[in-house]
Design a binder for this molecule. Structure first.
Ligand code: TRP
Length: 448
């Protein structure tokens, strides 16, 4: 993201903007979280509902966040404040901005724990820990890490430190330039792993698991999980996309950009599933084992192909990179919030935000070992943070965004801004006013 103090700075090109937005969207959500949620929720029914949520709810909300950001030209809280005032609406709309900052803070704390796992696995791949291991061996390696709070704290700290370093030095733009080559590299590596999956004997089962729905698996909880994940994976409901939109020039098409980002995000998530599930089936690994899924399945491939350790190192480096580009987008709004409301400089604000997130992250990682019995509303700390954000804060904030755009802004100006003719705009209106908000509300209330 361009430096926060240059409020009227603009992306140099549509490409730069789309890359930054994709960098935020594509991350652990696609490669770590999506596959394990598919595994936990019983497969294809979840995948199809998720795709529906992405296109009918996520896509219009993404467009709405950008549109608000471009109009407000400020950070999310001030943007909501100003646009609400201009359109004679209640100042309560600022809550949308606040809830976004809170969500960012909470998400980054557990996100960074998983980023730490990814870093730890770079080391494991380098020293050859995966070589020749079967599913059990890799499982033991992973559990060894879970049982050691010290190790996890070390890697979590390193991940947060890297994120803080990048944000406080303000070199995020350099990172986006790197994304131009590294993101496609991640995509190519995933394709390679999908091809490997085809040789394992588990590919057909994986395809069926992911795309042949057994609707009996569909519960209210599964639908809410799919909806929440649509928000999480597109970085919605947190104002981050609004912030990106504030740097957007008038000439850039919101619809085209949104289509590109959504398609890339979706393709990467599906590819990750197609890389992981063949290995899971071929090695009889547990489908519904939760957050560890990618960390016990892919290394089996790295341990058993020629020069697999190199592939493993490359994979976890690229995964870490994708995680860092997303983590930066999570830290940024928190830093900006502190910077605006305290006398602290940007550097100090970054460190303060980072330390608070780091501390909460430690509580999250202890729920995998010494605090595993401590629960809030029946969830351990890690799951509680994930549930509170993905299933509550993000959808509700996103709902606020789309309701505001669809009901509070002048319709004609929105139509022009989206570049739609009257007919297409009536479709937009139908989705933005009714389909998406009612979808969120129905899912929300039926699952409670
Ligand atoms: N979308 C990212 C991922 O899939 C995570 C993320 C980054 C995020 N910024 C966000 C999620 C803002 C919600 C809101 O890994």
């Amino acid at each position: 993201m361009p430096p926060a103090n240059k409020v009227h700075a603009q992306w140099s090109s549509r490409m730069g903007f789309v890359l930054a937005a994709t960098g935020s969207a594509v991350g652990l959500g696609n490669i770590w979280k999506f596959p394990y949620m598919v595994g936990d929720s019983g497969g294809a029914a979840f995948v199809l509902v998720y795709l529906g949520c992405i296109f009918l709810i996520g896509l219009p909300i993404l467009i709405s966040e950008w549109l608000l950001g471009r109009r407000g030209q400020k950070n999310p809280i001030n943007t909501m404040q100003e646009l609400a005032a201009k359109n004679n609406r209640s100042q309560a709309w600022i809550l949308v901005g606040f809830s976004g900052v809170l969500a960012a803070f909470l998400i980054l704390s557990f996100y960074s724990v998983i980023g730490g796992w990814s870093l730890a696995y770079i080391k494991d791949a380098v020293v050859g820990s995966f070589t020749g291991q079967d599913g059990d061996g890799i499982g033991a390696l992973f559990n060894g890490m879970l049982e050691s709070p010290g190790k996890m704290i070390f890697w979590h700290t390193l991940f947060i430190a890297a994120t803080i370093g990048i944000v406080s030095m303000g070199v995020t733009q350099g990172l986006e330039r790197a994304a131009k080559t590294l993101m496609p590299a991640l995509g190519i590596l995933l394709v390679f792993l999908v091809l490997y999956g085809m040789t394992t004997g588990g590919f057909k089962q994986a395809l069926e698991f992911m795309f042949k729905p057994d609707w009996s698996q569909l519960t209210g909880g599964v639908v809410l999980a799919a909806l929440g994940h649509a928000f999480f994976t597109l970085s919605l409901g947190m104002g981050i996309m609004m912030a990106y939109g504030s740097y957007l020039g008038e000439d850039i098409s919101l619809l085209q950009s949104a289509r590109t980002v959504v398609i890339m995000d979706t393709v990467i998530a599906l590819a990750a599933g197609l890389a992981i599930f063949p290995i899971v089936f071929a090695n009889d690994l547990a489908l519904g084992q939760g957050p560890g899924l990618i960390f016990v399945s892919l290394p089996v491939a790295f341990g058993n192909i020629t020069a697999g350790w190199v592939v493993g190192v490359a994979f976890f480096c690229l995964l870490t990179f994708a995680a860092i580009t997303s983590a930066i987008s999570l830290l940024e709004p928190v830093v900006e919030f502190i910077e605006e409301r305290t006398p602290f400089s940007r550097q100090v604000s970054t460190v303060v935000a980072g330390l608070a997130i780091w501390a909460l992250g430690i509580a999250a990682l202890l729920s995998f070992n010494v605090w595993s019995d401590f629960t809030i509303l029946g969830l351990n700390i890690f799951n509680f943070l994930d549930t509170l954000t993905s299933k509550f804060l993000l959808p509700l904030t996103g709902l606020g965004v789309i309701l505001f755009v669809a009901w509070c802004l002048d319709k004609e100006s929105v139509r022009k801004e989206l570049g739609l003719d009257v007919y297409d705009f009536s479709i937009w209106n139908l989705i933005a006013r009714y389909v998406a908000p009612i979808g969120v509300l129905v899912v929300f209330f039926t699952s409670l």
